[in-house]
Ligand binder design. Structure first.
Ligand code: AMP
Length: 396
């Protein structure tokens, strides 16, 4: 059985066709720079990356291209679109209404559009992809899987901000939390690796990628997430600011004459590791510069690791303990240096790293030292497989 997983961004459309019997990717790629003259189709064939210029004026045209590529004689992935049993769409924000994956019928899509104001940089694009896909695969089951859904179990004391309560009632201003599909996936994997039921574990899952969020997962339920009303809160990320004194925003808007949308752009695109290092949002480049003695690069990495460490301490307090600490996503899976910096000085919590195991950077491994009371795990995330599994449940 083949499930197609779609992840639509503002100018890109990522896709994977997953063979559910083997739980393996049959084919995956992306259409990049949608809406520009320089649109590109990128995919891997025989381990080589193929990049081809294409015409993709909008997401609908990009979606048509994906189906053409999948059925093309060059790629020979499938012969007919009937071979796609269901489609799983990643949707960033499901508001308070959607705490579980949902079949996409016209009314659901219209309802989802009402949450666009909660994730203006993500949801409109997700919905564009859904509409385009539904227009082409009219009869195929299509399911939305929400980034926010896993965090709908947060208790009220974790999701209510210190704002007038009427703003929660009027606008739904509360902590939602993001990367839910990833946190859930790695928490389930961690329980398997630890050979213990998820329901008996206290886990802290660190999704450290371009976007960064930390979750406290107790008895299999998300009880905390560092991202908030929007994916800006928490750790300073590649280009996003993370936690700020809200007074700073008001000060800067006045001093720099920034409109709300200017300020939004600064907070999303010019801050975090890029902002502090004034070099790059790519950790590999910042690490290289730090090794050569660049002070701001060193500071950016220190700010990052310090911030993650603070959340680990806070979430251990929230759960009254921790059994497993999980690192995932681009940085979490690939940077032993950052993992080391985060874990340094956490031995009072029972977190002690084995430097050799950490450097070996294996997958699905425990990198904790012999005396570590807490399992320290590196687990590659697989949001696409999780989305595909959810979509499968709706096939009749
Ligand atoms: P993701 O959003 O999960 O794709 O993660 C992207 C981030 O992972 C980027 O900031 C990359 O710089 C970072 N990354 C990927 N590989 C490495 C690596 N080997 N060392 C450090 N950071 C890495």
């Amino acid at each position: 059985m083949n499930i197609l997983v779609i992840n639509c961004g503002s100018s890109s459309l990522k896709y994977q066709l997953i063979d559910m019997e083997k739980e393996q990717i049959r084919f995956g790629g992306s259409i990049e720079r949608i809406g520009s003259e320089k649109a590109l189709s990128v995919y891997k064939k025989s381990r080589k990356t193929v990049k081809e210029p294409v015409t993709a004026r909008d997401h609908h045209q990009a979606m048509e291209l994906v189906f053409k590529i999948l059925t093309d004689s060059k790629t020979r992935v499938i012969r007919d679109l009937d071979e796609i049993s269901a489609v799983g769409h990643r949707v960033v924000h499901g508001g308070e209404k959607y705490s579980a994956p949902t079949v996409l019928v016209d009314e659901t899509i219209e309802e989802l559009e009402q949450f666009n104001y909660l994730a203006p940089l993500h949801n409109p694009q997700n919905i564009m992809g859904i509409r385009a896909c539904k227009a082409i695969l009219k009869e195929t089951t299509q399911v939305a899987v929400f980034d926010t859904a896993f965090h709908q179990t947060l208790p009220a004391e974790a999701y209510i901000y210190g704002l007038p309560y009427k703003y929660y009632q009027k606008y739904g201003i509360r902590r939602y939390g993001f990367h839910g599909t990833s946190h859930r996936y790695v928490a389930e994997q961690a329980a398997e690796l630890m050979k213990q039921p998820l329901e008996e574990l206290k886990l802290i899952t660190c999704h450290l990628g371009n976007g960064v969020s930390i979750s406290a997962v107790q008895k299999g339920l998300s009880v905390e997430n560092s991202m908030g009303f929007t994916p800006l809160e928490g750790i300073p990320m590649g280009t996003r600011c993370g936690n700020l004194d809200p007074g700073i925003l008001l000060f800067l808007m006045e001093k720099e004459g920034l409109s709300a949308s200017d300020a939004m752009a600064v907070l999303n695109r010019e801050c975090g590791i890029l902002g502090i290092s004034e070099l790059s949002n790519d950790f590999r480049e910042v690490q290289k510069a730090a090794e050569k003695g660049n002070q701001q690069a060193t500071l950016a990495l220190k700010v990052f690791a310090y911030s993650v460490k603070k959340y680990i301490g806070a979430y251990a307090a929230v759960m009254n303990g921790i059994d497993g600490l999980v690192f995932t996503a681009g940085i979490g899976e690939n940077s032993p240096e950052i993992r080391r910096e985060i874990c340094l000085g956490l031995d009072y919590l029972g977190i002690t790293l084995d430097d050799e195991k950490n450097k070996a950077a294996g997958r699905n491994v425990d990198i904790g030292g012999k005396q570590s009371k807490v399992k320290i795990l590196v687990i590659p995330t697989n949001e696409e497989l999780m989305i595909a599994k959810e979509a499968c449940k709706f096939i009749v």
